[in-house]
Design a protein around this ligand. Structure first.
Ligand code: AMP
Ligand code: MG
Length: 329
């Protein structure tokens, strides 16, 4: 199969719609990462998504809808506070997990009782969702376990020959996957950290819990138990208090004839100006936005990526550190 990349416009959206309604899957831009999209009410399309990615069959998909879509068609909004969150953060990088009405097929929810729903804020993605006017289920458009894509080219590099079309909507601005929030209980619970932070949620609804997953736990959000985001080269991760070790590992790699790169914030990079660098930016938002792009750049250039952790795990850094550990830890 030939994989075509088309700039997202009226013409390509029509083409995407035709493929989707015929049960096909496509690459689609969102403000978080690129998605591998299929119509959520079509079991065969959903099966194709799992096949193309090599995704474990117990890891459910997020349903994406346009901003005027009536969520009540898909889910039971049982908690009053959920309306406040919808008002405050949708459209945007927040996924809410509700009790499902079963409209989105069981292949997408992996037979579970709940459905995760999101309204992307990416304007091109909104155009596609509006044109289709159906829930589009989409995991990240990478091969399972590899780094999530933030450009059409990244999608192409993983899925060339496996899908017909990738809509190019530019580089994803957010850079890490959405915050996944369970809103079925009396207090919202973060299942996956992202750009909508615990602090931001608390500001709107007062309380917010974090689901910590330990070995052996029955996992509420299956995706969090899998290794993810792995670049194709060797990786290491050090704390900011261990910069001497970064230095040692870097020199060791050079002596072994390897090409090492240090991946870190711009601030830390100032201490390593004599080294190969993958600079992530200054603010946590910049770091999130650049993280996957730099990991994917790094795996091409480097034999070894030595990553330096963020200074803390507050706010957006919680989501960043969660990804850094899974990619480089
Ligand atoms: P991905 O689309 O690859 O970013 O993964 C979607 C994430 O959302 C994974 O961590 C899934 O486990 C999680 N997820 C999707 N649907 C549900 C659901 N119904 N309940 C809890 N977590 C979900
Ligand atoms: Mg993913």
């Amino acid at each position: 199969m030939k994989t075509e990349i088309l700039t997202l416009n009226t013409f390509s959206v029509q083409k995407a719609k035709d493929i989707l309604f015929a049960g096909g899957v496509i690459g689609m831009p969102t403000e978080t990462v690129y998605g591998l999209a299929g119509i959520g009410t079509m079991p065969n399309a959903v099966k194709k998504i799992f096949e193309v990615k090599g995704r474990p069959s117990d890891n459910p998909l997020i349903a994406h809808v346009h901003k005027d879509y009536d969520l009540n068609k898909l889910v039971f909004v049982e908690q009053e506070y959920a309306y406040k969150l919808i008002k405050a953060f949708m459209p945007g990088p927040l996924t809410l997990v509700f009790k499902s009405k079963g409209v989105v097929c069981k292949e997408a929810t992996c037979g579970g009782e709940t459905l995760a729903v999101r309204m992307p804020s990416h304007s091109g993605c909104q155009k596609l969702l509006k044109a289709v006017d159906m829930p589009i289920v989409a995991p990240s458009a990478n091969l399972s376990k590899h780094t999530s894509p933030v450009t059409a080219e990244h999608v192409y590099n993983d899925l060339n020959g496996k899908i017909e079309l990738i809509l190019d909507g530019g580089k994803s601005s957010g850079g890490i996957e959405s915050t996944v929030l369970d809103v079925t209980g009396s207090v919202p619970r973060i299942l996956r950290a992202g750009l909508i932070t615990k602090e931001m949620i608390e500001e709107v609804v007062g309380a917010c819990e974090i689901a910590y997953h330990k070995d052996g736990d029955k996992v509420k959000s299956p995706g969090v138990k899998y290794t993810h985001y792995k670049p194709l080269c060797e990786t290491m991760l050090f704390e900011q208090s261990q910069l001497d070790l970064v230095e040692i590992e870097y020199e060791k790699a050079i002596k072994q004839g390897k090409v090492p790169y240090v991946m870190c914030t711009d601030e830390v990079a100032e201490k390593f100006s004599d080294k190969n660098l993958l600079k992530l930016g200054l603010t946590p938002e910049q770091v999130a936005s650049n993280l996957y792009d730099k990991l994917l750049e790094g795996e091409k250039k480097a034999d070894l990526i030595i990553a330096v952790a963020m200074p803390d795990e507050m706010g957006v850094n919680m989501g960043v550190m969660n990804r850094l550990r899974k990619s480089c830890g």
